[in-house]
Design a protein around this ligand. Structure first.
Ligand code: SF4
Length: 320
């Protein structure tokens, strides 16, 4: 059957670099801003790449490679940099209300190793650095974000910006198993500190919280304390969910490293990709207790930047 749509674009994308494990391609993108479903806390997402080299075992975004007729495991080996990302953003932003919240890095890490060479995320930030009065969130597991401190500072002067770091555990060995190619948790915490010290609002997210693996209150508490000590203002947290494409990688991983949990996970996730309400309620209570202990918020803080267009008052004095 002939390939169509995004699968055709992916098949035609030129190979631009290959490392031992990973191949990089460029892919034409029709648009760079994606509208989210109603009731989401943000209205638009931007993903400068397709695929993510960090290869987290639980990654829910593997389904995005299925659109290109690829296996879930290709998600971490075949990385596609979106062409003309900044140009598309400049054109598309004109149609986006300043009240809308935009999040960069929901289905790929915008600071994965590809970014060192292709700088698609940086080009996107250059566009935001010329905007005023917008709401932008960035989600990453990488300390490479510190490279863009100049642009982040400029964006934060004119827009509400929060950089969220995903840290599932402080346990280095466990992190290496779960997120084999992501920067170590200690490096992520150092990045939290550098950004916070530079006046950028930061959050730490222990997402996804995995039953029996990362959901112990003591380890979540340690993480929240470390986040608070490095200057993070908020500590979110949501439970694991496993769509079939994520299960294809996570279940074999579980059987190998956590055989004692594998059967219970299978019993649940074969029926439902989401954990039940009772688990979610328990987790919410644990996280609330922890946040109270450290004075952390549950989500990004809504602050007014130094230059905020909505606060400008019309003058009574005739200037022209
Ligand atoms: S960093 Fe995020 S997008 Fe990348 S593999 Fe991990 S969970 Fe997936």
């Amino acid at each position: 059957m002939p390939l169509v749509g995004i699968a055709k674009l992916a098949a035609e994308g030129p190979l631009i670099q290959a490392k031992r494990r990973v191949q990089y391609f460029e892919i034409a993108a029709r648009s760079i801003l994606n509208r989210t479903k109603p009731n989401m806390p943000f209205q638009w997402t931007i993903n400068p790449y397709r695929g993510c080299e960090f290869g987290c075992k639980y990654c829910y975004a593997r389904f995005t490679h299925e659109f290109m007729e690829m296996a879930p495991s290709d998600f971490e080996d075949k990385i596609y940099a979106k062409a003309a990302a900044a140009l598309l953003l400049r054109l598309e932003l004109r149609k986006v209300s300043p009240k809308d919240h935009i999040v960069l890095g929901t289905a790929t890490d915008p600071y994965q190793p590809a970014e060192r060479r292709f700088e698609r995320t940086r080009s996107i930030l250059e566009v935001f650095a010329r905007e005023t009065g917008r709401y932008l969130g960035i989600t990453t597991k990488s300390d490479l974000v510190v490279r863009d401190l100049d642009l982040l500072g400029e964006i934060a002067r004119r827009n509400v910006l929060c950089v969220s770091f995903t840290i599932t555990t402080l346990d280095e060995k466990l992190a290496r198993l779960l997120e084999p190619y992501a920067p170590r948790p200690v490096l992520r915490l150092k990045a939290v500190e550098k950004l916070s010290n530079a006046g950028i609002a930061t959050a730490v997210l222990p997402n996804p919280v995995m039953p029996g693996i990362t959901d112990g209150e003591r380890s979540l508490d340690r993480l929240a304390k470390a986040a608070r000590d490095r200057g993070a203002q908020s500590f979110g947290g949501g439970p694991l969910f496993l769509m079939p494409s994520a299960q294809a990688v996570f279940m074999p991983f579980l059987e190998e490293h956590f055989p004692r949990l594998a059967l219970r996970y299978r019993e649940h996730f074969d029926r439902n990709a989401y954990l039940d309400k009772a688990y979610k309620d328990k987790l919410r209570n644990v996280l609330e207790r922890i946040r109270d202990r450290y004075g952390l918020a549950s989500g990004p803080i809504d602050y007014r930047p130094e230059l905020w267009v909505q606060d400008e008052q019309p003058t009574l004095f005739p200037l022209e």
